[in-house]
Design a binder for this molecule. Structure first.
Ligand SMILES: *[C@@H]1O[C@H](CO)[C@@H](O)[C@H](O)[C@H]1NC(C)=O
Ligand SMILES: *[C@@H]1O[C@H](CO)[C@@H](O)[C@H](O)[C@H]1NC(C)=O
Ligand SMILES: *[C@@H]1O[C@H](CO)[C@@H](O)[C@H](O)[C@H]1NC(C)=O
Ligand SMILES: *[C@@H]1O[C@H](CO)[C@@H](O)[C@H](O)[C@H]1NC(C)=O
Ligand SMILES: *[C@@H]1O[C@H](CO)[C@@H](O)[C@H](O)[C@H]1NC(C)=O
Ligand SMILES: *[C@@H]1O[C@H](CO)[C@@H](O)[C@H](O)[C@H]1NC(C)=O
Ligand SMILES: *[C@@H]1O[C@H](CO)[C@@H](O)[C@H](O)[C@H]1NC(C)=O
Length: 638
């Protein structure tokens, strides 16, 4: 039989009975102040040239090739290893000119370069070889060959050493698109051979940090009002094979001293976005750092034996001393030397990443977590330590729960944390719904295709999962969607929260983004118990309630798959809320339905409506929520 609504059969129209929700004014518990955060790893889809504002791709030939570079004018360009710029940057581009008017090299950026008239572009490069004329640096259109900005730089280049040159570019107008390249030329009067290295160009960065981050993307992160930043991964922390783990001390100091690294996502990183830049990032967003340290598990399943773990633990302690230590300590002094006498305050450390995978759990249980935990606690008793898995905790450690799953399963996880204890607070360090992925319901079959974009039904399912976390906010320390960023030109993981290209107009926020933004902007500081006489069990309305910092009353809710997709009438009673008090209801919906998604150029699948309501007699607020909607109700007596 066709699934006709019983109500339709009986001739009822509209007006389903309201779900009543009673919110008590006492009981509940204080919540974690870190409930919403962001997670980052420097991977293929987001590495150098992503959030990091560098515009030149392969700027120091750390890819061991001339990737992204080509010859211009009368010249041949080859990779040269005879004249290292530093121990860390041994390769350079050798430009051999012919007798033509100009010679040089051209860089295509990270799939283009955005050029804006309002912006000043700050560049630098090293040259090696005698040359008395001028260099010319320019930005040119790949399509029209038009010069968009150009400047002359008087050469200081000499025969037997490296000399750095700096310059600025001021475009005369906006480029029509981001299909632009950077060109560095010289005008030989006879055959000349010059070498170049560390060729860099930055647009203005977020908060004008030198060597900083891309403004537009950082603004999108700031809008989420996050409380923490989980760095530097993810799989990227662990490394693919012995020795390939993320190593903090290769990412600090002058750029000339950073060798770069082939990350686990088959992408060469300059490591210009290193540990200190992560700290600037956290400072600029005013968030706490959850610092993950490599814990001796590699993605190929290699595990560091107990007898060889010492240097890893030492490395983690040195990193913490570098960040937190007094300037009288060796690594604290190094930090000061690099321009940061003031220590950073690292309160949270995670030991490894997903140590339950790749055959890591036995060694994690038997010695790895314990050794790191005891060593870090002995030196920094105030640091809170997370285990990298929910399967195993040690002493007072927190734990990390990751889930990539399908919408229905995500919804079923609403009650998951109800029976967990407060003893080992949970960071939900990675979560996202994956669609249309077949296989076991609760998991993701990584061999099957995944939808490229988050669909609204999946995002609403994530909201239900987050509400399950919110109502257990004494047990859940924080949550972060993963992965955070995706370069539209090159990625191997979907869906991601924010997609981008060189062109800021391409930036696409997933349909999960407005949900996180809405929930994060309405923080509950103390949960309140709820009861419902009609619906002792949740669904299709899911909710969590509590008080806000300004003593407002907050109800967060989501409707997932209501019967026949009907609106759900809701009658909320807040104990303590007075008749006549004002309430604001913000509702997110996707008019195109559950499969709605945001894609480049079509980023408005989710509609936000705001309604102003007045609290009725006895502290009741009435409204209805459409199927597949996410809502926040904030009410106050003031
Ligand atoms: C250089 O880049 C290519 C293509 O992106 C990649 O396959 C290769 O592994 C990279 N090499 C190194 C040494 O980073
Ligand atoms: C411009 O760049 C984009 C992305 O990098 C690329 O897809 C497109 O083909 C380019 N257009 C032209 C005309 O080269
Ligand atoms: C741009 O320059 C290249 C290389 O000199 C040339 O092949 C191409 O035809 C030029 N394009 C235009 C539109 O002039
Ligand atoms: C990024 O990952 C994709 C998919 O795995 C791969 O094809 C591509 O070569 C990688 N990009 C780089 C620059 O290594
Ligand atoms: C939590 O515990 C209660 C009482 O033991 C039980 O009825 C319920 O099924 C448990 N919930 C979960 C999600 O395990
Ligand atoms: C996913 O499944 C839904 C429902 O069957 C369908 O409408 C949609 O087209 C599918 N999307 C993809 C990308 O396969
Ligand atoms: C919810 O709706 C979606 C889309 O129609 C469907 O794929 C899914 O099976 C439904 N889930 C439940 C639990 O009804």
């Amino acid at each position: 039989m066709a699934p006709l609504s019983l109500r339709a059969l009986l001739g009822f129209v509209g007006a389903a009975a309201a779900v009543t929700v009673s919110v008590a004014n006492s009981g509940g518990s204080p919540t974690s102040p870190y409930m919403y955060g962001i997670m980052f790893e420097d991977i293929n889809q987001s590495g150098d040239g992503g959030l990091y504002a560098e515009l030149i791709s392969n700027r120091a030939f750390q890819n061991q090739s001339l990737k992204s570079w080509s010859a211009v004018g009368d010249s041949t360009v080859t990779l040269d290893t005879t004249t290292p710029l530093s121990w860390a940057l041994p390769r350079s581009a050798k430009v051999k000119s012919g007798k033509g008017k100009t010679a040089g090299l051209k860089n295509s950026g990270y799939w283009g370069i955005d050029v804006k008239k309002a912006d000043t572009y700050t560049g630098s490069f090293y040259s090696y070889g005698a040359y008395k004329g001028n260099f010319k640096a320019s930005l040119v259109s790949d399509i029209t060959n038009q010069t968009l900005a150009s400047t002359k730089i008087k050469s200081k280049s000499v025969a037997d050493s490296w000399t750095q040159h700096t310059f600025e570019l001021h475009p005369a107008k906006n480029a029509a698109n981001s299909n632009n390249s950077f060109v560095l030329e010289f005008t030989p009067c006879k055959e000349t051979e010059l070498k170049f290295n560390l060729i860099s160009l930055f647009p203005p960065t977020y908060k004008n940090r030198p060597n900083g981050m891309r403004r537009d993307l950082m603004e999108k992160l700031a809008e989420l009002k996050p409380s923490f930043l989980r760095i530097p991964g993810g799989n990227n922390l662990e490394g693919n094979f012995a020795g390939n783990h993320w190593s903090w001390d290769s990412t600090i100091g002058p750029l000339e001293q950073r060798p770069g690294r082939m990350g686990v996502w088959e992408y060469d990183n300059t490591d210009g976005l290193g540990l200190v830049e992560y700290m600037h990032w956290a400072e600029d967003l005013d968030v706490e750092v959850v610092l993950a340290v490599p814990a001796g598990l590699y993605l190929n399943g290699d595990v560091v034996p107990e007898s060889e773990l010492g240097p890893f633990v030492e490395d983690a302690l040195n990193e913490l001393e570098f960040l937190k230590g007094d300037i009288s300590t060796p690594y604290g002094a190094l930090r000061a030397k690099l321009g940061h006498p003031k220590p950073w305050d690292i309160k949270f450390v995670e030991v490894g990443n997903e140590d339950n995978l790749w055959g890591g759990i036995d060694s994690y249980k038997s010695y790895r977590l314990k050794i790191f935990y005891d060593a870090i606690k002995a030196k920094y008793p105030d640091i809170f330590i997370f285990s990298s898995t929910d399967e195993f905790t040690y002493k007072e450690s927190g734990r990390d729960y990751h889930k990539y799953t399908r919408p229905d399963y995500s919804v079923s996880q609403f009650t998951l944390f109800d029976n967990w204890t407060t003893t080992h607070p949970v960071i939900i360090g990675e979560y996202a719904t994956i669609q249309n992925n077949t296989g076991k319901l609760e998991d993701t079959n990584w061999d099957n295709p995944k939808n490229a974009w988050s669909n609204w039904i999946g995002s609403v399912a994530e909201a239900v999962f987050l509400l399950g976390a919110e109502r257990n906010a004494d047990k859940i320390w924080g949550t972060c969607f993963a992965p955070l960023l995706q370069n539209l030109n090159n990625y191997q993981w979907a869906p991601d929260l924010i997609s981008f290209s060189a062109n800021p107009a391409d930036t696409t926020l997933s349909v999960s983004y407005p949900i996180i933004k809405l929930f994060s902007s309405a923080r509950i500081t103390h949960t309140l118990p709820t009861t419902s006489k009609e619906k002792p069990n949740f669904g299709p309305l899911y909710y969590a309630a509590g008080r806000g910092a300004d003593s407002s009353y907050i109800l967060k809710a989501a409707v997932y798959n209501s019967t026949n997709s009907e609106d759900v009438p809701v009658n909320v009673h807040f104990d303590g809320l007075k008749h006549g008090a004002k309430a604001t209801l913000t509702v997110l919906t996707a008019p195109d339905g559950g499969w709605a998604k945001n894609t480049p150029g079509h980023g408005d699948a989710v509609k936000e409506t705001v309604k102003h309501l007045t609290v009725g007699k006895g502290g009741h607020v009435e409204f209805s929520l459409p199927d597949l909607s996410v809502a926040v109700l904030i009410a106050g007596n003031k």
